[in-house]
Write a protein that binds this ligand. Structure first.
Ligand code: PBG
Length: 332
């Protein structure tokens, strides 16, 4: 055999050498664990389409947060299911709203644990859209769309009330135009200039959010989100969205969902220097859980491979319903 011959297998021969040349290493510090908080007492209900994920009433929340903190996870992302909904989502920006109350409790229990507040209205509006809508009825069918600029005012109130309650990071997921600037201005005017904005910059109108909408009771009651969330077919548009958010003052960028959008993660990583978050969304979780429950895949191996793929694609931070599991597995 003539020389040189490249023997790639030399670097794969033992666990030791594979460890030495590994390019991407997952770390528990990379993960954010989402939590669904709800009204009422004594509630710890498993979400049907998301085995292992629960709705917690505030009196049942402590054990969950204890577990997250003990695993060394740095941050939680809060979603709220309110007792009452209305056209403008006022329970989303009430000082005694469910997310605000949960934030206060968590910060009291664990001052060091970062509370990230998802800033959106779809969980709080009776129509399930992410802002204020105007509607008209044709032949008994409701049509309508979200009004951009009027919604910004409500979203800003929501972000400010979340920061007042002690949220460490504001994560607006509503996809209105100008939301980062509006929220940045509102936070600054209220003395929260130190609170970072983790912008859901590149958020696609994705079928992978299906289980979340059951979990958050936030399915749109008419129409869909395609007039504000992005078309899954578009990559260059992702750069324009991220560009706007940078100009408007975002501190972190996000791509959502993750699995079907690894090229988008890579592109945003290559073109922007801000910390980049990947959101491993509900449908991505449910698919793995369903297959694992059937015994069709090795859940641990599949999850760690997926999360590694997201990090290899360029994500610095991963929001995932698997955060607790992954933290446990990484401990060995
Ligand atoms: C709120 C919001 C959604 C998700 C996060 N924030 C739902 C949506 O846009 O319909 C989805 C999260 C998931 O699927 O895990 N706008």
């Amino acid at each position: 055999m003539s020389f040189p011959i490249t023997r790639h297998r030399r670097l794969r021969g033992t666990a030791g050498i594979r460890g030495m040349v590994r390019e991407t290493v997952l770390n528990t510090l990379d993960f954010i664990q989402p939590i669904f908080v709800t009204y009422g007492t004594g509630v710890k209900n498993e979400i049907g389409s998301m085995p292992g994920v629960y709705h917690f009433s505030l009196d049942m929340l402590k054990a969950e947060v204890d577990e997250i903190a003990a695993l060394g996870i740095l941050a939680v992302l809060l979603f709220g299911i309110p007792e009452t909904k209305d056209a403008i989502g006022s329970s989303g920006f009430a000082d005694d709203g469910i997310v605000q109350e949960a934030t206060r409790l968590i910060k009291q229990w664990y001052p060091e644990l970062l509370v990230v507040a998802d800033t959106c209205l779809c969980e709080f509006t009776d129509h399930g859209h992410c802002g204020m809508v105007h509607t008209h009825v044709v032949d008994g069918v409701v049509h309508g769309d979200v009004i951009n600029d009027a919604s910004l005012e409500l979203l800003t109130r929501t972000a400010v009330s979340q920061a007042k309650a002690g949220a460490d990071i504001i994560a607006p997921s509503n996809m209105m135009d100008g939301f980062v600037q509006a929220i940045r201005t509102g936070l600054d005017e209220n003395g929260f200039e130190h609170v970072p904005i983790m912008s859901y910059s590149v958020k696609y109108a994705s079928a992978f959010y299906g289980p979340f909408r059951e979990a958050a009771d936030s399915a749109p009651q008419f129409g869909n989100r395609k007039t504000y969330q992005m078309d899954p077919a578009n990559l260059r548009e992702a750069i324009r969205e991220a560009d706007s958010d940078v100009l408007e003052g975002a501190d972190m960028l996000m791509v959502k969902p993750a699995l079907a959008y690894l090229d988008v993660i890579r592109t945003i990583r290559d073109q922007f220097d801000l910390p980049l978050v990947a959101y491993n969304v509900s449908g991505e979780y449910s698919m793995v859980k369903a297959a694992a429950l059937q015994g069709w895949i090795d859940e641990k191996a599949v999850v760690l491979e997926m999360l590694t793929g997201m990090k290899r694609a360029g994500a610095d931070i991963i929001i995932t319903y698997f955060a607790k599991d992954a933290a446990r597995w990484l401990r060995g």
